[in-house]
Write a new protein. Structure first.
Ligand SMILES: Cc1ncc(COP(=O)(O)O)c(C=O)c1O
Length: 337
């Protein structure tokens, strides 16, 4: 009889420890009230997010996941002749949103796992309206540091939106990471995106937010679908912000496991990139080798992300999982070298 192999989801950068317990309990207690509409504006959630980030509630736009904000920016903050500028090896939603909204998307090629801002800047022209990047970058896990971002912002016209997608900010340990809240004071064209899908463990609820100038927030809030945010996400988000202990445990788990996995996999001889996020990026010498490793991991129930799905044939991205899952990845890779 064939034994059932347990499978481990290591392909979507979800929190392996599950949802925030406080968020779960808020969902349970609010579930009896879901026959009621949420308010027109998620007032308490906006206030809590404002306090968390030391800004005013008028600087917060809450959304149904970061995807919604990426879509709103490409659809409503630019017109059809204006262009999006982004990188080739970054989060695919920027390109896809531009395409869906029929905006031209100019792609800056990355010749390394790092987002090269000089190359990006050389492609900016009078039609560029929004620049998108993820920091830390998905899938490479690398960061743009504070000084480089400040330099970019100081050379970009203030009419161009610079969107810093900080979905993985809570996992960053590098002190050179930008303080974008501070930078926004000098550069009101900077839009910051955050999400509850990663460290808060609420990906299935679809909750994200943007931090931007009052003018930008007003525009975004005017064009979103009325009451697009569901009440359970709203209540869960409020509770998750208060779940400081859970965020700390999750960040600590990630930092320890990320360091261990990086060290072990590198010592096996694999090419692996140091990461500031909750995943690791492994570029292989060719597509066949990558396919082989992907298949072997899959046969052990280790479901990682084949970046061929996003146009990068030779690489895999492996989310940091539970201690057990991570050890299985290390053991499996050890047998394949
Ligand atoms: C850089 C980045 N931004 C945003 C998201 C998605 O966020 P949300 O679930 O809030 O739409 C992801 C998900 O993988 C991501 O990698």
């Amino acid at each position: 009889m064939k034994t059932q192999i347990e499978s481990y989801r290591l392909m979507s950068n979800e929190n392996p420890l599950g949802p925030s317990p406080k968020a779960l309990s808020a969902i349970h207690s609010f579930s009896e009230k879901i026959h009621r509409y949420p308010g027109w504006v998620p007032k308490t959630l906006k206030e809590k997010l404002a306090t968390l980030n030391a800004v005013s509630p008028e600087n917060i736009s809450v959304s149904s996941g970061s995807y919604e904000l990426i879509n709103l920016i490409t659809r409503f903050l630019m017109n059809k002749n204006e262009e999006v500028l982004t990188f080739d090896n970054t989060f695919v939603a920027y390109y896809l949103s531009a395409k869906r909204n029929r905006r031209k998307c100019v792609i800056s090629k990355m010749d390394s796992p790092h987002c090269n801002l000089k190359n990006l800047k050389s492609l900016q022209n009078e039609k560029t309206k929004a620049i998108f990047f993820a920091n830390p970058n998905n899938p490479t896990g690398t960061i743009i540091n504070h000084d480089s971002l400040r330099e970019l912002l100081s050379t970009i016209p203030k009419t161009v939106f610079v969107v810093s997608d900080e979905a993985y900010i809570e996992y960053v340990t590098d002190v050179s990471y930008p303080d974008t809240i501070q930078l926004q004071k000098d550069f009101p064209n900077l839009i910051i995106l955050r999400t509850f899908s990663k460290i808060y463990g609420l990906a299935g609820l679809r909750l994200g937010y943007g931090i931007a100038s009052k003018e930008i927030v007003k525009k975004l809030d005017q064009v979103r679908i009325l009451r697009s945010l569901n009440a359970l996400a709203e209540k869960a988000g409020e509770a998750a912000i208060d779940d400081i202990e859970y965020v700390e445990i999750s960040a600590k788990h990630n930092a320890t496991e990320r360091e261990n996995m990086y060290r072990e996999i590198a010592s096996l001889g694999y090419n692996i990139i140091p990461s500031q996020a909750n995943f690791l990026y492994l570029p292989f010498e060719n597509n066949d080798r990558k396919n082989f490793i992907y298949k072997q991991l899959g046969d052990q129930g280790l479901m990682v992300c084949d970046l061929a799905d996003f146009g990068h044939n030779k690489s895999l991205r492996i989310s940091i999982g539970t201690i057990e899952a991570n050890q299985k990845v290390i053991d499996c890779l050890g047998k394949l070298i």
